[in-house]
Ligand binder design. Structure first.
Ligand SMILES: Nc1ncnc2c1ncn2[C@@H]1O[C@H](COP(=O)(O)OP(=O)(O)O)[C@@H](O)[C@H]1O
Ligand SMILES: [Mg+2]
Length: 607
């Protein structure tokens, strides 16, 4: 239970509900026991077995409490029968029975009522924390993990934890209390018989725990598989166009089937084991009861030390113990499953973000002199993508990166925005290492238009507004005009309020790209990073956007990664990359005048 214990901290804000739940459960257990005990006066009336007592009994201290209560009941019954007749007395006893059962159930409901707030509160808070963590963790974390697995953890694992919160309170409060109260009543009725019960409870408990042993591991594989098939589903939905286009339905169908088949296997064995809890404990309980019946019966028939009505109530109580015992064994299993889920949830929550802001990181409000990349080496995994890379980017200049795909251009953008940290060397803005600047203020200085336009299922307006506040509609339109997006947006039926579908799928590639440019334009940052920002545009709109981008870049520092070389001819510095190294550097005219790699690239593209 070590993981689950850590999750318990989440119950803290809701402890008042836990408190009310415990109070209600105390009454629930009390009335649950009394409900059975209240059968006794009714039986006494029915069997006419009450000793006739005509004077009210005297209270002689706590040690004689049992006698006092019994005599009081007998006296009460004698009075009732004498004054109102047997049937009326019987009716009265039945009303008492109904009342105690009613109270038991009212308190049972109240207990559930209060615990609901705690359980759902924990559910809400754990989910919120998981989501926040997901947004906070670096990109690298998610290239390792499958998205579906994260989704499974946020949805079903958290639910599992929520369930086990009910189990844990049943386990430590409700059912033990029920058992304690019942045992007190049993002890009062017959200490001898009750001793018997004590011998068998530990034996039964041992057998039950034996069955529960593998439960956590099994639960873990079920949840893992759940993540697996959610991942497949998530990828399928994202790649439907390709799956259909390449007739790959069969491949994905069988991939999904394999996963659900494993899920079938794992959850069958989990559920079947878990389902053993109830029948096993009930049967073990009945075994104990059978022994009690034999031994108690002989006390009634042979020794005559136990009254038949007391014996019936006693057996009722013994049976009454079975329900909580059953519930406890079920709850133990529930908590074990919860522990497995908690482990998976904590696995995310306890992951320290390696890119967390340093405690002394400063807020950087403005950009004054330039960016310098000094002797940077970087690798995603084992192989260095950038090796001893150095470059100065003075303020107000445009630096363009060209080179084959895979040469490390996007990687430079990833490092400048600090999506990843350099392995060696440093990147400085105005002489300050970006590791010593808060990520928030660093990214405030930068505008990013990435290779793949990332848009969200929302209106055009909200997509452009992403992350900025206090912008007027006029400013949004102005930004869209610069990005050459206004043209098509104004023709949409709902204009800027049009929904663009999941990841903007209702738009063409070029339109999406123009929206993501508009987004960066509206943000108006001093540093612009464009990673093949115009690659999805046709020549016509590319020229228009290019115009706009150039206007926008005039007073700005820009890092432009270009696929089409015609778009970067006016750059102040053109850097040609090959396998993470700078092989050429200069202006367009300088590079063209030499017999450079750049010249060959340009010639290849103009052909
Ligand atoms: N998230 C990643 N994990 C591992 N390797 C990566 C990752 N992203 C890129 N790479 C590798 O880094 C190299 C440079 O990639 P990138 O900078 O994207 O090239 P490009 O110049 O085409 O933009 C490539 O060899 C690529 O395989
Ligand atoms: Mg790239």
């Amino acid at each position: 239970m070590k993981y689950f214990r850590q999750i318990l901290i989440y119950a803290k804000p809701y402890k008042i509900y836990g408190f009310f739940n415990i109070i209600s459960n105390i009454f629930y257990a009390l009335f649950g026991t009394l409900a059975f005990v209240s059968l006794m006066p009714m039986l006494k009336v029915l069997f006419k077995s009450a000793e006739p007592i005509n004077t009210p009994p005297a209270y002689n201290g706590i040690t004689k409490l049992g006698d006092y209560i019994e005599n009081s009941i007998n006296y009460f019954i004698t009075q009732k029968v004498n004054n109102e007749g047997e049937l009326k007395a019987l009716l009265f006893m039945i009303v008492i029975i109904i009342s105690t059962f009613l109270l038991k159930n009212i308190f049972g409901y109240l207990a559930m009522y209060f615990i609901t707030f705690l359980r759902n509160g924990v559910l809400k808070d754990v989910r919120n924390d998981l989501y926040e963590k997901t947004v906070d963790l670096p990109l690298a974390y998610f290239s390792e993990k499958r998205k579906g697995d994260i989704i499974a953890r946020i949805s079903t694992d958290v639910l599992e934890i929520q369930h086990s919160f009910l189990s844990i309170l049943e386990l430590i409060v409700r059912e033990p209390l029920m058992i304690i109260f019942t045992i007190i009543a049993m002890l009062a009725l017959s200490p001898k018989l009750t001793l018997f019960v004590f011998i068998f409870i530990p034996i039964a408990g041992f057998i039950i725990s034996l069955v529960g042993k593998k439960l956590k591991k099994q639960s873990d594989s079920v949840q893992k598989e759940q993540g697996q098939f959610l991942s497949i589903l998530e990828e399928t939905l994202g790649g439907l166009r390709v799956i259909k286009g390449f007739n790959a339905e069969h491949y994905f169908n069988s991939k999904f089937r394999n996963s659900t088949a494993r899920f079938y296997k794992f959850s069958n064995s989990l559920l079947n084991r878990q389902n053993l809890a109830s029948p096993l404990s009930e049967f073990l309980g009945i075994g104990v009861i059978a022994i009690l019946l034999w031994y108690g019966g002989s006390l009634v028939l042979v020794e005559k030390t136990l009254a038949p009505d007391a014996f019936i109530v006693y057996m009722g109580l013994a049976y009454n113990i079975l329900t909580p015992a059953k519930a406890i064994s079920k709850a133990i299993y529930g908590v074990k499953k919860g522990d497995a889920a908690a482990e998976r949830v904590l696995d995310i929550l306890n992951t320290e973000s390696p890119l967390a802001d340093a405690p002394n990181a400063q807020e950087k409000e403005n950009f004054n002199t330039g960016i310098s990349i000094q002797n940077v080496s970087f690798k995603y995994q084992d192989e260095y993508v950038l090796k001893d890379f150095s470059l100065e980017i003075p303020k107000g200049k445009t630096v363009a990166f060209v080179g084959q795909s895979g040469s490390g251009k996007s990687t430079i953008a990833n490092l400048l925005t600090r999506f990843y940290d350099v392995n060696e060397g440093s990147i400085k803005i105005d002489g300050i290492d970006i590791k010593n600047i808060t990520k928030k203020s660093l990214r405030n200085l930068q505008g990013l238009v990435s290779q793949d336009s990332i848009l969200f299922n929302d209106s055009i307006k909200n997509n452009i507004l992403l992350g900025v506040e206090n912008k007027t509609d006029a400013e949004i339109i102005a930004a869209s005009k610069i990005a050459n997006a206004h043209e098509f947006v104004k023709d949409l039926p709902n204009g800027y309020d049009s929904n663009i579908g999941d990841s903007g799928n209702k738009l063409s590639g070029g339109q999406k790209q123009r929206l993501s440019i508009a987004r960066a334009v509206l943000k108006n940052p001093p540093i612009m990073i464009l990673d093949e920002a115009t690659s999805a545009l046709d020549t016509e709109s590319e020229r228009l956007v290019q115009d706009a981008l150039e206007k926008m870049m005039q007073n700005r520092t820009s890092v432009v990664i270009a696929h089409r070389l015609s778009t970067i001819q006016n750059a102040d510095i053109i850097v040609v990359l090959q396998k993470g190294k700078i092989i050429e550097k200069g202006t367009h005219t300088e590079l063209i005048s030499n017999n450079s790699v750049y010249k060959k690239l340009v010639e290849m593209q103009t052909l």
